[in-house]
Design a protein around this ligand. Structure first.
Ligand code: NAD
Length: 294
């Protein structure tokens, strides 16, 4: 058992599950793998990032994604378009990226402007280049237990659990939230890790009762500071996916400050799940590169 493993944590303090640390560890591995491919004379993996409009949060996310690519040796191809971009022109651009052999992954930054339906736009992305695992084909493969890529945020959560050797097999796990990009695939991945999973959502009755019976709780409700000490079982593990900005300060869906002495371990906000999402995008891009290089 490594130093990371969660062992004698009972009645001590809450162990902070450090997403920045796990992310650094994984990015080092990705960087080393990319360097190895290049030493073998192969091309760099490539990720295309498409951003339409000037949503400030999306601009920040895209900048972080491009910077992260650079740091591990993945080549990025950015396409910035004004919010007035037509459906036809966006489709043409995606088709161009689908054909470009230097590009392994394509990411369409969401949300899109109102006149562009993300459901429709995602059908234009070649599933072999779906770096976010948002196409129906790749979600189907994930469902069938044969993933090509994995949804970034829930796979980031799984990597945190793995790094800290938190036992999932046989555990009772609860997921709060059932969105397509976080909650649903999160429940599936925990199930595939042999947990017994309960999905909670805004219509769930007696949610606290369910959470109090759960060894691992992943919270992705998108409600600032929704849950606290009284919602979690003693010595459970709490993963907070939520991100909110409150008067310039970031917080999650969980009142982290209350957890000490109650739960065994928890992710903080910021510095928990957040850094993992981009890391898993890099990991998906590398997985697609391997498929294209074979
Ligand atoms: P969403 O709004 O699409 O879904 C929220 C889900 O929570 C819904 O299924 C809803 O039924 C459920 N819910 C809402 N209120 C509830 C309540 N009181 N009790 C139980 N369930 C409730 O949100 P999302 O896209 O899944 O994102 C969730 C949160 O995670 C947001 O804060 C978002 O910003 C954050 N997020 C973070 C990352 C990251 O990289 N860390 C990535 C994606 C999303």
């Amino acid at each position: 058992m490594s130093d990371n493993a969660l062992t004698s944590i009972k009645d001590v303090t809450v162990k902070v599950l450090d997403g920045k640390l796990v992310s650094k560890h994984l990015r080092n591995q990705i960087r080393a793998q990319v360097a190895e491919f290049k030493e073998q004379g192969k091309r760099s993996p490539g990720l295309a990032v498409i951003i339409v409009g000037d949503d400030p949060a999306s601009q920040v996310y895209v900048r972080h994604k491009i910077k992260a690519c650079k740091e591990v040796g993945i080549e990025s191809f950015e396409y910035q378009a004004p919010a007035t971009l037509t459906k036809e022109d966006l489709k043409k651009k995606i088709e161009e990226f689908n054909q470009n052999e230097a590009i392994d992954g394509i990411l369409v930054q969401l949300p899109l402007p109102e006149h562009l339906s993300s459901d429709e736009v995602l059908t234009w992305v070649d599933p072999m280049k779906d770096a976010d695992c948002l196409t129906a084909e790749n979600l189907g493969l994930l469902w069938a237990g044969r993933p090509r890529t994995k949804p970034c945020t829930p796979s980031g959560v799984m990597e945190i659990l793995k790094y800290y050797e938190i036992p999932i097999q046989g555990a009772r796990a609860a997921v709060v939230g059932r969105s397509e990009i976080v909650g649903k695939p999160m429940g599936l991945m925990l199930l595939q890790g042999d947990a017994t999973v309960t999905m909670c959502h805004s219509k769930t009755l007696n949610m606290r009762q369910i959470l109090l019976e759960s060894d691992v709780v992943v919270v992705a409700a998108g409600r600032p500071l929704l849950l606290g000490r009284e919602d979690f079982k003693k010595d459970s593990v709490v993963i907070d996916v939520g991100i909110h900005r409150d008067q310039g300060k970031l917080c999650g869906d969980v009142r982290f400050d209350e957890l000490e002495g109650q739960v065994a371990a928890a992710t903080p906000v910021p510095g928990g799940v957040g850094p993992m999402t981009i890391t898993m995008l890099l990991s998906n891009t590398l997985d697609l590169y391997r498929l294209h290089s074979n």
